[in-house]
Ligand binder design. Structure first.
Ligand SMILES: C[S@@+](CC[C@H](N)C(=O)[O-])C[C@H]1O[C@@H](n2cnc3c(N)ncnc32)[C@H](O)[C@@H]1O
Length: 311
């Protein structure tokens, strides 16, 4: 089968994530307008600002999952034969955040890919009145730097942490939590990445173990994913538990509850054939934020962005 390496294309399920994000940002701004805080939006795995949404036909969801995931560089690779055609251009998270009726005071967009970082900086032309800084760096380094310098008492922020893979380090979440000033919305790529890094036979690659340790900030993911079976002749064997994705999610949520005061229920995002892809979750310090996030994330794929005044 011919393969396309199509830059900046994603599946329809991304819309659910973006609609949930935008709805949250609108509600956040409505609450925060009562205060005189300087508000900062941090998009840590920001993408290119805009991408093409693709429509799929006659392909098994598992195949979509596999073709999406058998890539190392975070691009979504799809078979041409699986694609019906381009459905529409979709505004990515940075453009959605910039287009709010009530925008943030400062925008920080981070992407490891230099050309994407440039596209993000170019958004300044479309939004000349907003303060935008694109950072071409590893999100963990950049966000930890931002968190360390978030001491001014009038600063508050929202951080959207949306990696394709298990690239968000626990240390980064700890740094954001420590400020007590950030609401975070996290894409936890349980099925798309984490569960795939945990091998059935327990013979995990050292680099995968390191990645999982960094993503969870501990090695407990290993204990929850395996049981040990005693074998008289072959010795002990590690066997991956059948509900490893659930175990990984539960561990992640439990650990989030250890560093943030409030954590929402995770919201599963699936593809059209109900194949689980990832979870969205909100964490922060504020009860109102939690209530809003629970409502929005609880809508799942029924989430709709409230009508705008100006667009
Ligand atoms: C899921 S996409 C972002 C989509 C975007 N949030 C949106 O909704 O429009 C993930 C992005 O993360 C970037 N990326 C991957 N690893 C990264 C890292 N360690 N630090 C920063 N960006 C990274 C990729 O280049 C890619 O553009």
């Amino acid at each position: 089968m011919r393969q396309s390496h199509r830059e900046r294309t994603v599946g329809p399920w991304a819309k659910q994530k973006l609609d949930a994000l935008e709805s949250y940002l609108i509600a956040y701004q409505n609450v925060m307008k009562r205060w005189s805080f300087r508000l900062v939006y941090v998009d840590a795995f920001a993408g290119a600002g805009e991408f093409r949404l693709r429509e799929y036909a006659s392909v098994d969801s598992q195949d979509i999952g596999a073709s999406l995931l058998d890539v190392d560089d975070d691009e979504e690779v799809l078979d041409d034969e699986d694609l019906v055609g381009i459905e529409e251009f979709v505004k990515g998270s940075p453009v959605r955040a910039l287009s709010l009726d009530r925008p943030f005071d400062h925008y920080r967009f981070i992407d490891l890919d230099a050309s994407r970082a440039q596209l993000l900086q170019d958004l300044q032309r479309d939004f000349p009145n907003l303060e935008i800084k694109a950072i071409n760096d590893d999100a963990n380094v950049a966000v930890q730097h931002i968190a360390k310098n978030f001491g001014a008492p009038d600063l508050r922020g929202v951080a959207f942490l949306d990696p394709y893979g298990a690239h968000l380090h626990w240390e980064t979440l700890e740094a954001l939590a420590k400020t007590k000033k950030f609401d975070v919305i996290i894409n936890i790529p349980v099925h798309m990445a984490m569960n795939r890094l945990v091998r059935i036979d327990g013979k995990n690659e050292a680099r995968d173990v390191e990645q999982m340790d960094k993503a969870f900030g501990c090695h407990d993911w290993h204990d929850v994913c395996y049981t040990v079976s005693g074998d008289l002749f072959a010795g002990e064997r590690q066997i991956k538990v059948s509900d490893a994705p659930k175990q990984l999610l539960d561990l992640y949520v439990q650990r989030l509850r250890g560093i943030f005061s409030k954590v929402s229920q995770p919201s599963l995002v699936t593809n059209r054939r109900n194949c689980p892809l990832y979870y969205l979750i909100w964490a922060g310090e504020n009860g109102t934020g939690l209530k809003i996030a629970e409502h929005i994330l609880g809508l799942g794929d029924k989430v709709k962005v409230p009508r705008r005044k100006s667009v």
